[in-house]
Structure formats: C-alpha cells, structure tokens
Ligand binder design. Structure first.
Ligand SMILES: [Zn+2]
Length: 475
C-alpha cells in the first residue's frame, strides 16, 4: 500500500517537474496593451452595438439573396452603417455572379392510397423541372455513388443521410456532401431528379436551403431538400411499397448579376499597409432573414472594430472589416477579394471570419507558422477571461477565407458553440429572435481582443519554427 503511494507520488513529482521545465512558450503582452484588452472586453460586454446592427440589417433589408436587388440594398445599408460608425475608406468592391432564384418548388407523393404533399425547397443551382417518377432511397451519398446507373435511370433518387448534432459543426461537414454532390451524381447516372434529407439537426417541418454544388462545374439533375419529418414519412412509405413523386421546380437564372464586397477600415497609425481582416458575409438564403447566417457575423466583427476605433489611439496595423457578397451561392465574395487583392496577400497579416451563428465562443483555433505558436497562446491567454480555450493549429478559417488561406495568409478561428446552429441554418427559422444579446456581446469581446492584439503587436503569424530558433528566443 505504502509502496504504491510512494510510486504514485514519484510519478506525480516527475510529471510535475517535466511540466515545469518545459512550459509552452507564451509571447508577452506589455502592460499598456493588456490594459487596452481589458478596456475593450469591458466595453464589449456592456455594448449592444452588434445586436443593433443585426437588428437593423434583418429588419430593414431582410432576406438578401446573392445577386438580388435585396443584396444591393444590403450593400447600401452596409456603406451607410460603416460610415455612421466612423470607419475609413468605406467602399464597395463589385463583381458579378451567375444569378439563381427559386420561384416554384412542390413535391407530391403518389402512392396507391392517394397523394401527400412534402415540404421541400429547391437547392441552389437546380434547373427547373416537372417530373414524375418512382423513388429509389439511399441511406447515404456513398451508397448512391456505388449504385449502378441501371438501378436509378429515370428515377428520383432520395438520399436519406442524417446530419449529426455536434458542438463544432463536424456533423454538418460530414452531412453536407450529399447536398453538393447529389445533383451531379444523379445527372451522371441518368436519374430524373434528386431529393435529399435536409442538412439539419431538428425535427421541424422546414426544409434547409443550400447550394447544390460549390462551385458548379458539371450539369446537375433537378435537386431539392425535404424536411426531416417528410424524409421520415417518405422512408416509411417506401418500406410499404413502390412510391412515385411528382417534383415541380421553377427557377430564374441569369448571367452577370451584380454583387460586391463592402469594406471599411480602421487605418493603422504606423503600418497602414499591413492588414488584419475580420468579417462575415452580407448575403443570405431567402427563406429566413439571415440573422444567424450571417447577419450575426457582420454585426460581431463590425462592432468589434468600432470598439477598437474608440480607443484613445488607433492600433499600429490596419483593421479591415470585409462584408463579403454572394457567399452562399459559391464563395464568390471570398474569391473576388483574394483576386482583387492578390498583390497585397503578403501584407495580409491574419484573417478571421465569423460565420457560424451567434452562440458563445468557446475556443480559439489558428493556422500559424510553427514558430508563431507562442502568439496563439498569448491570444488564448488574453481570451481566457471570456471562457475561451486553446484549440489546435489546423483551422481552415471561414468559408470566404479559403482563397486567402490558399495564398498563405495565417488564419484564426474563434469557434462558436454550434450545438443548435443547424436547427435554424438556411431555414425560415433563421430570424433575429434566435440571437441572445449576452452571447453576442461575448463574441464582440473576443473579436475585439484578437483584432486589437493582432493589429497592435509586432507579431508575425507566418513565422516558421526555424526562424524562431534562429532568433534564439521564443516569441
Ligand atoms: Zn454563412
């Protein structure tokens, strides 16, 4: 007994000593800078600016489909809002996109005992259609991929793959494949149309909108998402015998519809050409009012930058708020931004996008050079009073940041709790009432902390492990 205790004590001592000899290096933050961090957090936790911004956008503009007149109104709204909040260099950077709008979507089950309407929504990129055909069910996208064309030719394929509820959204990542691929694969195999179980985690009778491919390289079969309870109903009917469905989809499309990114800056006092990008996307799907996707991201990042502007002096580097256009229909804004600023990518110090709702942030993830990890730990230390933990160094950043990531720009992700995000995402239920003011304030405090430190400190987030070793000191 005593021996065991002794052994246990010894193990503990050795472990503690090891931990003490090799603490992970943390870059120091000077006291005046830390004082500003605390000042920003206090201001953010007492401010409803972000809530007022998302309230204004969702009330005055409402749904803002990419390329629509409503999205153009959202750009005008954003320009006025950024100017009113004292941003500099406020501008629209225009680009054009292929326009797609759903006009009609109807699905009716036809069985030997009669007709039943299904709740559906046409998926972005779907062509118009009026088909009636037998339904073949697949439990997963992989099962459709494995099917021989003869088994689906002329049929409506139905992918009944569920979306698993998770805090970090990984269930969406796994479940969204069917939305992106079903129409293309169905078309290639000669199927008449594709219906998917909504990429959502609730049991309400709402169908989840979304793009059928990102981007759209190949022809797609008519594609629609069905609400989760309707997917269950269809599955039960199919278990009883053959089922036919009549699917009607009417869409309007045109080339070269106007879209654009809206930009506002807090210009750096010492190195104005060095850019910290934060932002969200201005467009939304059109069933709801785009409150959590992504009015919240627009509001959180704008309010955070405004609080930094209100400090006694501006930070060294420039903070650029980018409100991306046309994210939902193919990341058009993110692609246009990286193209239009290709020459300046080396001067983009770091970027973060808020596009995962409005719930509390619980973790910081990064994509830094190995030699810059002490900065990741310093950021986490500054965020700790907001209950934010250290995550890994493998984030992909937000959807609009993909092209910047590919160009080598370091990334930060402030992970929001996504437990109920896919109950509302891309449905008529994405409305302002889903946003909690207290949680929104915590988001603003976190973005203000990160953006201020990135803009004020002389940190190089690209730093390699070799560069850090050469300098002979960690931070
Ligand atoms: Zn979004």
């Amino acid at each position: 007994m005593r021996l065991h205790l002794l052994a246990a004590a010894l193990v503990l001592t050795v472990a503690t000593a090891a931990a003490q000899t090799a603490p992970p290096p943390v870059a120091p933050i000077p006291a005046p800078v830390q004082a500003n961090v605390e000042r920003l957090q206090k201001a953010a936790l007492a401010s409803d600016l972000a809530y007022d911004i998302v309230e204004s956008l969702t009330t005055e503009v409402g749904p803002r489909l990419a390329g629509s007149d409503a999205e153009a109104k959202a750009r005008e709204w954003a320009v006025e809002m950024l100017r009113a909040n004292g941003f500099q260099n406020v501008r629209i950077e225009p680009f054009t996109i292929p326009y797609w709008e759903r006009r009609i979507e109807r699905a009716t089950v036809i069985t030997p005992r009669g007709r039943q309407a299904l709740v559906v929504v046409a998926l972005g990129g779907s062509p118009s259609a009026d088909v009636e055909a037998g339904v073949v069910r697949f439990a997963s996208m992989a099962a459709l991929n494995a099917a021989v064309p003869e088994s689906v030719r002329g049929k409506i394929v139905f992918i009944d793959e569920p979306t698993v509820r998770t805090q970090d959204g990984s269930g969406y990542g796994a479940g969204v494949g069917k939305r992106g691929q079903c129409g293309t694969v169905a078309h290639a195999k000669g199927a008449a149309a594709c219906i998917i179980r909504s990429v959502g985690t609730h049991s309400h009778r709402f169908a989840h909108q979304g793009g059928s491919t990102h981007p759209r390289p190949a022809p797609v079969a008519p594609s629609a998402a069905v609400s989760p309870p309707d997917a269950d109903q269809l599955t039960r009917l199919l278990a009883r015998g053959p089922v036919r469905v009549k699917l009607e989809i009417g869409v309007e499309t045109r080339e070269n519809a106007p879209s654009g990114n809206v930009i506002g800056e807090i210009v750096g006092r010492e190195r104005p050409d060095e850019i910290i990008v934060i932002g969200g996307h201005l467009d939304s799907w059109d069933q709801g009012t785009g409150a959590i996707d992504d009015g919240a991201g627009v509001a959180i990042t704008t309010a955070a930058a405004k609080l930094i502007r209100d400090l006694p002096r501006r930070p060294r580097r420039t903070i650029r708020v980018v409100l991306f256009g046309a994210e939902e229909t193919g990341i058009h804004g993110g692609i246009a931004y990286a193209r239009q600023h290709a020459e300046a990518m080396g001067k983009h110090i770091v970027a973060a996008e808020s596009d995962f709702g409005a719930r509390e942030i619980y973790r910081i993830r990064t994509r830094f050079g190995e030699g810059a990890l002490p900065y990741a730990r310093a950021l986490q230390g500054a965020l700790a009073p907001l209950r934010i933990n250290q995550g890994d160094n493998a984030t992909g950043g937000g959807p609009d940041l993909g092209p910047m990531r590919a160009a080598g720009v370091p990334m930060v992700e402030l992970s929001q709790n996504g437990w109920d995000y896919f109950d509302y995402h891309h449905t008529p239920d994405d409305t302002l009432d889903k946003i909690d003011r207290t949680e929104l304030r915590q988001n603003v405090a976190a973005y203000a902390t990160f953006a201020y430190l990135a803009a004020e400190m002389d940190w190089d987030f690209r730093k390699t492990a070799d560069a850090a070793a050469e300098k002979g000191r960690t931070p």
